[in-house]
Ligand binder design. Structure first.
Ligand SMILES: [Zn+2]
Length: 424
């Protein structure tokens, strides 16, 4: 049965604000957007769902998360390490300590919890990193979709080949619920270069989506340049990787990826805080996407991504929250409000909305399906009720800047209201 959804306002991803508009849905797809009377004539027997004094807008796409860490604040507290903002390497050492205190099943519970938190923030699709492949079954029950990047890392040759076999076996299981499986070589400082190159070769050969943390901290830059610094002296020491201390490579992070043949279009590079202009141009040239995680960067005190230069070079961008190990929420409402401050001179409210919707959809291979309200798109939207509505010319700016803490009262995915269903 077709449905007609009405609200006081309907916002499309290009910033178009329609007052007293309605949306006609059938079989999970948007058929038409028009005035209510026009849709009534078109579908006289449709069911009506009205959200008076509310705003309908597209669901969000969170391009970078680690849902398996969604109980991190509780775990950190139990492990006695706290969760306050701190230096990057201090944070890694805490994370190692917390992960060592866990039983595997706790990661499974956290994935399910993270999926629910995401939905409660109006997010319909995710680019999620998963280190415990056994937890992939947790996605099956969720109405959310996107990509699960199977994380792998290691320095020992024999061990990494065992890990590769495990990864290969998991990839062959196909989709995890509505999530396509991809690969995540963790970062240049946690993987043997030969293994990294093998993983990128596999991704390119099989058309698999890929995700790598890159150019996040000054410590990483130091590691690749000098083979020394905090990551070697503190992190490698703490996990007994003494024998894997690298030589000085005198190389920048993106050049290192290039050396491993890791720059290609179906690749999400995450963070990019330390990027130089030549690296930015190289990313643009290869068509990879950079995922911005501004709140995580602030939490780990690594700096701010060079967004103006990225934009000018034409790098494809998306927005992610990263995990609850380095952020306070998994909500893109909160992330956009923060980004509006830190990237104030580089990104307009409309561009921020695009990062959270259409650009995120493109980054996860969902272009034309999710991230906008247009005929032919999947009927996926969120309903919010801000404390006030600004005049049209200020509407979007106020919505995003005041969006900190805003949560949808309903989320509809593929024509089904799922928020209450998942919260139950
Ligand atoms: Zn991450």
């Amino acid at each position: 049965m077709a449905k007609i959804y009405t609200a006081r306002y309907l916002l499309q991803a290009d910033g178009r604000l329609l007052e007293n508009a309605a949306l006609l849905e059938d079989q999970g797809r948007i058929l038409r957007i028009d005035q209510p009377a026009g849709l009534q004539r078109e579908a006289p027997s449709a069911n009506w769902v009205d959200y008076p004094d509310a705003l309908i807008l597209p669901t969000f796409i969170n391009a970078h998360t680690h849902l398996e860490l969604s109980f991190y604040p509780q775990w950190a507290s139990a492990a006695g390490v706290g969760n306050a903002s701190c230096n990057f390497v201090d944070w890694i050492l805490r994370l190692v300590k917390v992960k060592r205190s866990l039983k595997p099943a706790q990661l499974d519970e956290a994935v399910s919890h993270g999926l629910q938190l995401s939905l409660q923030g109006g997010t319909a699709a995710l680019g999620d990193i998963l280190s415990r492949f056994e937890a992939s079954s947790c996605y099956a029950a969720s109405p959310l979709c996107g990509r699960v990047f199977l994380e792998t890392l290691g320095q020992d040759r024999d061990l990494t080949q065992q890990l590769y076999k495990k990864l290969d076996k998991q990839l062959k299981t196909g989709k995890a619920g509505r999530f396509e499986q991809g690969v995540s070589p963790h970062s240049p400082y946690t993987i043997r270069p030969h293994y990294m190159r093998q993983l990128y070769e596999r991704c390119r050969a099989d058309g698999l989506a890929c995700c790598t943390h890159i150019a996040e901290s000054a410590a990483e830059v130091d590691f690749l340049d000098t083979g020394r610094g905090e990551l070697v002296e503190r992190f490698y020491t703490a996990i007994n990787w003494h024998q894997h201390r690298p030589a000085a490579r005198n190389i920048r992070p993106v050049d290192f990826l290039q050396q491993q043949e890791g720059l290609f279009a179906n690749h999400l590079l995450v963070h990019g805080v330390q990027l130089t202009l030549p690296e930015i141009k190289l990313i643009a040239n290869r068509g990879a996407t950079l995922v911005l995680c501004p709140r995580s960067n602030a939490h780990l005190q690594v700096g701010t991504a060079p967004v103006a230069a990225l934009k000018k070079a034409g790098v494809k961008l998306a927005l992610g929250t990263d995990s609850l190990a380095s952020n306070q929420s998994l909500s893109l409402w909160d992330e956009m409000a923060f980004a509006a401050q830190v990237y104030e001179d580089a990104l307009s409210p409309l561009e921020l909305l695009a990062l959270a919707t259409t650009e995120g959809a493109a980054a996860l291979g969902l272009k034309g399906q999710l991230g906008d309200l247009q005929p032919g798109f999947r009927c996926s939207f969120q309903v919010v009720r801000p404390t006030s509505f600004a005049p049209a010319h200020l509407f979007l700016e106020q919505l995003i800047r005041a969006g900190q803490g805003l949560r949808p009262e309903a989320v509809v995915l593929d024509g089904q209201e799922v928020l209450s269903q998942v919260c139950a």
